[in-house]
Design a binder for this molecule. Structure first.
Ligand code: C2E
Ligand code: MG
Ligand code: MG
Ligand code: MG
Length: 281
């Protein structure tokens, strides 16, 4: 952390910093207990197939549900969990629980072939047994591997490249799709894209939400759609909040969309009700 600061930067260890560190320590302690108490669980946000208008699957998004029912957002606990290494255990839990949910939906809705995508932190790629964890989640749930998808961000492309590529290839060899999350907000060069195998680009919500009013955002989306086609993949628009944005994404040839317009991330029971309602957008 200090390494990243420039030479000659003077760090003042004052009371504010001490307070911040104490809060982080307390949070770390709480998170370890929460993990043991199974308080980390996935919520599910529907992903809609823009051709049929039907739910194609869900993104699993981590939530920390305190015993009093209060929910903590991943923005609050994922960064710290990455710093202290707890992300590996949280990630493993997310994989296992999401795979079990796929199995449950498979039994209740056998014709729908719903898929669930799970977010992977680039830190998780530091684990030599990541692929084994994925295999174990699939085997324990008894699902077909192609029902599970994994979301990674461009930041991963900066990590230990050859090892990461080998892991991604092993994952895809199992029929598991790799989705590039928040696409357009990172710093990856285009040359990375064809070295790193992926099956879909998820257009970041910041472009989607501006698309109907900012011509440049529309051009960027058009370019991303083209790029995905060249790479042989599909495009998912994130953060769709209005009917107008949905219409724009359809017009621009996006294959799938997700966002508050359809539904917020939901607890498994509510997500199940949504599938049962068989709604068409
Ligand atoms: P993400 O993977 O890009 O997930 C999309 C985020 O956008 C989610 O926030 C989702 O609730 C939110 N979102 C969905 N539709 C809309 C919309 O229409 N408008 C707006 N404004 N937001 C929308 P969430 O659940 O708070 O997650 C935030 C981030 O935390 C995720 O971004 C992901 O990077 C990370 N995260 C969540 N769960 C996990 C996990 O299990 N593992 C890891 N490594 N990261 C996770
Ligand atoms: Mg994601
Ligand atoms: Mg995203
Ligand atoms: Mg994001």
């Amino acid at each position: 952390r200090t390494k990243q600061r420039g030479r000659g930067t003077i760090e003042v260890f004052d009371r504010t910093m001490q307070g911040t560190m104490l809060r982080a320590l307390k949070l770390e302690q709480e998170m370890r207990l929460a993990l043991a108490a199974h308080e980390f669980l996935p919520f599910f946000q529907p992903i809609v197939d823009l051709r049929s208008g039907l739910i194609a699957g869900f993104e699993a998004l981590a939530r920390w549900q305190k015993p009093d029912g209060k929910l903590v957002s991943p923005a609050e606990f994922i960064p710290l969990s990455e710093e202290i290494g707890l992300i590996n255990q949280i990630g493993r839990r997310m994989l296992a629980t999401s795979a079990k949910q796929i199995a449950t939906w498979q039994r209740s809705f056998p014709d729908q072939k719903l898929r669930v995508s799970v977010n992977l932190s680039s830190k998780q790629f530091g684990q030599p047994d990541l692929v084994e964890q994925i295999d174990a989640a699939i085997a324990e749930a008894g699902i077909e591997p192609d029902r599970l998808e994994l979301e990674i961000t461009e930041s991963i492309l900066m990590e230990n490249t050859d090892a990461v590529i080998a892991t991604l290839k092993a994952i895809r060899a199992r029929g598991i799709k790799i989705l590039l999350d928040d696409f357009g907000t990172g710093y990856s060069s285009l040359s990375y894209l064809h070295r790193f195998p992926s099956d879909a680009l998820k257009i970041d919500g910041s472009f989607v939400r501006q698309a109907h009013k900012v011509p440049l955002s529309r051009e960027i989306i058009r370019a991303i759609v083209l790029l995905a086609r060249c790479l042989g993949g599909v495009v998912i628009a994130e953060g769709v909040e209005t009917a107008e944005q949905l219409a724009t994404m359809r017009e621009m040839g996006c294959d799938f969309a997700q966002g508050y317009f359809f539904a917020r991330p939901l607890p498994a029971t509510a997500a199940t009700e949504l599938i049962a309602a068989n709604r068409k957008w």
